[in-house]
Design a protein. Structure first.
Length: 249
């Protein structure tokens, strides 16, 4: 999938929340093509309801805002080597109290609860370099954005959570890291990319690499962070943003 580099995840079991589209699907395809057994979650009743390639991928219907459902999902798995907490997104008008709380539940609390529910499975992993918890953070982890008071706060919290998990769970053979995605095309961002050219231009203006991202850009970093090549990396968040976080507008 990646030009000039390949990974071997044969024998690994990978769980990706929100893995039916966008960044999550890009990660699912990359792990699948590298030999892993991949499980993805979504909110529709069956995989057949998605207009995406989910071949050779196990589908589970899960609402990540439902804590009991997350623990039930973990309890149903016989083994797990890598957990990618990808599910998330804005939850309506987040300046409204209910939407703000919903965004924290979907984008932050779900990461804590599913990671905690999967801890024993991950600790039992024999994957080279250790088991991994991966989070998908955002540029809103670092920069204020008027539309996302809940999403941004949750993604900032995610950065801190992976630090704490990395420091706390290393003794169990579990590493925790995140990728902070820049403006990347997905089903959620496509309306912005396709209709708000001025905003896109302002984003690209401060980037060193003058293009928006694609899911494979993020998947490449995710697979690196969970690979044996990153065996001494934990508690870190890697910006994958075309240089946005290092530029000035």
């Amino acid at each position: 999938m990646f030009q000039g580099i390949s990974y071997d995840y044969t024998g690994a079991t990978v769980l990706i929340t929100g893995g039916t589209s966008g960044i999550g699907l890009g990660c699912a395809h990359a792990y699948r093509d590298a030999g892993a057994e991949v499980i993805v979650t979504g909110r529709k009743a069956a995989a057949s309801e998605y207009d995406t390639d989910l071949s050779n991928i196990v589908y589970r219907r899960v609402d990540v805002a439902d804590r009991a459902a997350l623990y039930a999902l973990a309890a149903s798995l016989p083994k797990l080597d890598i957990l990618v907490n990808n599910a998330g997104g804005m939850q309506g008008n987040e300046w409204e109290a209910d939407a703000f709380d919903a965004s924290l539940a979907v984008n932050l609390s779900s990461v804590f609860h599913l990671s905690s529910a999967c801890k024993d499975l991950l600790a039992a992993s024999a994957f080279p370099g250790g088991a991994s918890v991966i989070g998908i953070a955002s540029m809103t982890s670092y920069f204020g954005f008027e539309w996302t008071p809940g999403y941004g706060a949750a993604k900032a919290g995610l950065v801190q959570l992976v630090k704490t998990l990395g420091m706390s769970w290393g003794k169990f053979g579990i590493r925790a890291n995140a990728v902070a995605a820049g403006l990347t095309r997905s089903n959620l961002t496509a309306p912005v990319l396709d209709t708000m050219q001025e905003m896109v231009d302002e984003t690209l203006k401060r980037q060193g690499l003058k293009r928006t991202g694609v899911p494979a850009d993020i998947a490449a970093a995710v697979l690196f962070l969970s690979s044996p090549a990153a065996a001494w990396i934990t508690g870190q968040t890697l910006p994958v943003d075309g240089g946005f976080s290092t530029g000035m507008s």
